[in-house]
Design a protein around this ligand. Structure first.
Ligand code: MN
Ligand code: MN
Length: 320
């Protein structure tokens, strides 16, 4: 019997190994991030991909609690081939598992931040590289707590239409204020941090450098990368990608869309250059993908591609 007539069972999400590709139909099977095996054991694991389906901190349209599911589904097309533009199969180098989703009680939203932080701490503490899928942007706050506890004050690279530095009494669960709070609490070093794609105004910059969306036409990807390099240096950096950094044409499915943003190509070109400028990314996330407002999976595909790029960058660095 040939394999063509009777393909071997796949369902890599529960049968597969954490390394190596899977080659199952994109449209079927148990969906995990890039067809990685679902696992909670992190022994020898390089990367854990974790969903955080939390969206009650959003100031505008909710819905990104469905983000992790949509990103996983869109990522199924990146299963077992060398990934463009890296030209390598990240799973030849990295042992990657899908860690499933963070669980919390929707009826006790005030407990969610500490729950996310505690579980993220447990993952990061094992030196497993954590790739988180939001959720609204507030989830980045407990993720920064966990990474700063391990690596010290972080350089932040934030792709976003918004600064997320509105005032905060130190207790808000709000996707528009957590960056200022993270600066005040010493989780982020603002002198080493930069925001890319901003096109709204918050009263405080908190000392973070800003590349406005409108600057990118003049700077180009290489000019933006030079700014990121000058700012971030080679210390531990965390990258957070709010999908609303992209123009609504490229990411309609998000809670707070703002016209005049980056194209997917512009943002990916910047991200692609991170290894060339020596960024030491110790963790990363993709947030604010809200499938209820999406069309034809446009936003989920963009989010899945950003997440795949994080793995491509890490695999490339580990091979050096
Ligand atoms: Mn944001
Ligand atoms: Mn935003």
């Amino acid at each position: 019997m040939s394999n063509r007539v009777h393909p071997r069972p796949t369902d890599n999400a529960f049968l597969g190994d954490a390394m190596g590709g899977s080659h199952e139909p994109t449209y079927s099977g148990a969906l995990s991030f890039m067809r990685r095996r679902y696992a909670r054991a992190l022994d020898g694991v390089d990367v854990a991909v974790w969903g955080i389906p939390f969206d009650t901190a959003t100031s505008n349209r909710p819905g990104c609690r469905f983000g992790p599911q949509a990103i996983r589904r869109a990522s199924a097309i990146f299963d077992g081939d060398p990934q463009y533009p890296f030209g390598i199969d990240p799973f030849a180098t990295l042992k990657v598992v899908d860690y499933g989703d963070c669980a919390f009680d929707y009826g006790r939203p005030a407990e969610a931040p500490a729950t996310i932080a505690a579980l993220a701490n447990a993952i990061v503490d094992t030196r497993t590289w954590l790739l988180s899928l939001g959720g609204d942007h507030f989830v980045t706050y407990p993720l920064l707590q966990a990474h700063a506890a391990k690596y010290g004050p972080l350089a932040l690279i934030q792709f976003d239409a918004h600064q997320d530095t509105w005032s905060d009494d130190g207790a808000r669960i709000d996707h528009g204020t957590f960056i200022g709070r993270a600066v005040r609490e010493g989780l982020i070093d603002p002198a080493r941090s930069i925001q890319v794609g901003i096109r709204t105004i918050a009263p405080e910059t908190c000392g973070i450098d800003i590349v406005h969306a409108g600057d990118i036409d003049m700077l180009g990807a290489s000019g933006v990368l030079e700014r990121v390099k000058q700012r971030v240096g080679t210390g531990p950096a965390y990258c957070t990608f709010d999908i609303d950094c992209l123009d609504p044409a490229f990411a309609p499915g998000t809670g707070t869309p703002v016209a005049g943003g980056l194209s997917s190509r512009e943002a990916l070109a910047i991200l692609r250059g991170f290894n060339a400028i020596g960024i030491d990314m110790v963790g990363a996330d993709v947030v604010e993908v809200a499938p209820p407002y999406d069309h034809a999976d446009i936003t989920a595909i963009a989010g899945a591609t950003v997440a795949m790029f994080y793995l491509g960058l890490l695999a490339e660095r580990r091979r050096r």
